[in-house]
Design a protein around this ligand. Structure first.
Ligand SMILES: [Zn+2]
Length: 89
C-alpha cells in the first residue's frame, strides 16, 4: 500500500495498492520503441501516469472511503507559539 496524491484532486491523499515492479513498452520522442523496467517509486509513477492516459485516477483504486483523506494544512508558526504559551513550564 502506498499513499498517493494527484494534482487532479488537490488537498487529498489516498492509500492504494501499486505494483512493486513494472515493465513498460512505449515509444520515445523519435517514435522508436523503448522498454522500461522500473521498481519502487518510478514504478508507482509510471502506473499513475499511464492510468491518466486511460482516464483512471488513483481514487478509482481505493478499496474503501476510509483510505481517502484530506491533507492537513501546514501549521503556521503562530499556532505553535500560542500552544506553548498555554503549556505549563
Ligand atoms: Zn495524477
Amino acid at each position: 500500500m502506498v499513499n498517493e496524491g494527484c494534482l487532479s484532486i488537490p488537498g487529498y491523499i489516498g492509500e492504494i495498492k501499486r505494483s512493486e515492479l513494472v515493465r513498460v513498452k512505449a515509444q520515445n520522442a523519435r517514435g522508436v520503441e523503448v522498454k522500461i523496467k522500473a521498481e519502487g517509486l518510478l514504478a508507482e509513477v509510471l502506473e499513475h501516469e499511464i492510468d491518466h492516459l486511460n482516464g483512471i485516477l488513483y481514487i478509482d483504486h481505493l478499496e474503501s472511503q476510509d483510505k481517502f483523506r484530506k491533507l492537513e494544512p501546514p501549521k503556521k508558526p503562530s499556532d505553535s507559539a500560542a500552544t506553548k504559551e498555554g503549556e505549563p513550564e
